[in-house]
Write a protein that binds this ligand. Structure first.
Ligand code: CP
Ligand code: NVA
Length: 307
């Protein structure tokens, strides 16, 4: 059966583990697998801007022996005249997989429904599961075992990143804390799904409005932009509402002494994180950015093996 990665809990704990182990092996030996030899093409479609996702998929697909076909939605029929389902029917006859960065999660679901090739969410308004595989790989490299670690997220709890930390974190058996104003708390249905998954893995998710309480004793401190793509018109309101959730040196001092700081990037220094934190010794953001490559290669190999 064709498998897709549309949201983080599409993978079980064991599957997530398998992909992370493969990512570690591929990082050690970058050209170990030429799974896409044929050559095969992977379509990578962007409705929104990107640096890391575009580069890491293009390089990763080439590493695996395939050819990336980067499509900008603005220059395609998708989003204008053609539906995601019809686009998928055309693409599936020519490409090995479809990677799509878009707005609505529903579009990804339509793209994946009945499609014979894997569809990968390269960021939607709701989730960013590829980033999470890279983040878990980074945490594993710096902290060892994921299960039992405490990860604290600060800021926009309704953002794609917060939702993905909640779902992927509990899937890994981590204790995920989200600190945000009440009106920016993660969506109820995401929390309910995370609670169900946490019951299987021993993880947990806890919501806070007090940033200091959420930071206390955390192993991993994380934030994301306060103004996600598509939210630009709310910028002033968001800067005002989220000001109390900035990751500062003082906040980092409440976490474990050996806590690491991660951020998916791009970052707005001085807003969601101070420069001294993101550019300081506890920050592992450049490892994290590199790990997009290794994690996504592993994901592609794994998904194409499921057919
Ligand atoms: N973190 C991330 O997805 O970065 P890009 O927007 O540059 O792809
Ligand atoms: N939450 C951010 C993540 C960017 C990689 C956004 O959607 O813009």
């Amino acid at each position: 059966m064709t498998r897709h990665l549309l949201r983080d809990d599409d993978l079980t704990h064991a599957e997530q583990d398998e992909i992370l182990d493969l990512a570690i092996a591929l990082k050690k030996d970058r050209w170990k697998l030429k799974t896409l030899e044929g050559p095969q093409t992977v379509a990578v479609i962007f409705d929104k801007s990107s640096t890391r996702t575009r580069v890491s998929f293009a390089v990763g697909i080439a590493d695996l022996g395939g050819s990336p076909l980067i499509i900008s939605t603005a220059n395609s029929q998708l989003g204008g005249k053609e539906t995601p389902a019809d686009t998928a029917r055309v693409l599936e006859r020519q490409v090995a997989a479809i990677v799509w960065r878009t707005y609505a999660q529903a579009g990804l679901e339509q793209m994946a429904e009945g499609t014979r090739v894997p569809v990968i969410n390269a960021l939607s308004d709701d989730f960013h599961p590829c980033q999470l595989l890279a983040d878990l790989l980074t945490i594993k490299e710096h902290k060892g075992e994921l299960k039992g670690l405490t990860l604290a997220f600060f800021g926009d709890g309704k953002s794609n990143m917060a939702h993905s930390y909640v779902l992927a974190g509990v899937t890994a058996g981590m204790h995920v804390r989200v600190a945000s104003p009440e009106t920016y708390a993660p969506r109820d249905d995401v929390i309910a799904d995370a609670d169900r998954r946490a019951a299987e893995t021993g993880g947990s998710v806890t919501l806070y409005t007090d940033a200091n309480e959420a930071a206390a004793g955390a192993d991993v401190v994380v934030t994301d932009t306060w103004v996600s793509m598509g939210k630009e018109e709310e910028k002033l309101e968001r800067l005002r509402d989220l000001g109390g959730y900035k990751v500062t040196q003082e906040l980092m001092a409440l976490a474990q002494d050996d806590a690491i700081f991660i951020h998916c990037l791009p970052a707005d220094r001085g807003y969601e994180v101070d420069a001294e934190v993101i550019d300081g010794p506890q920050s592992v953001v450049w490892d994290e950015a590199e790990n997009r490559l290794h994690a996504q290669k592993a994901l592609l190999v794994w998904l194409l093996r499921q057919d």
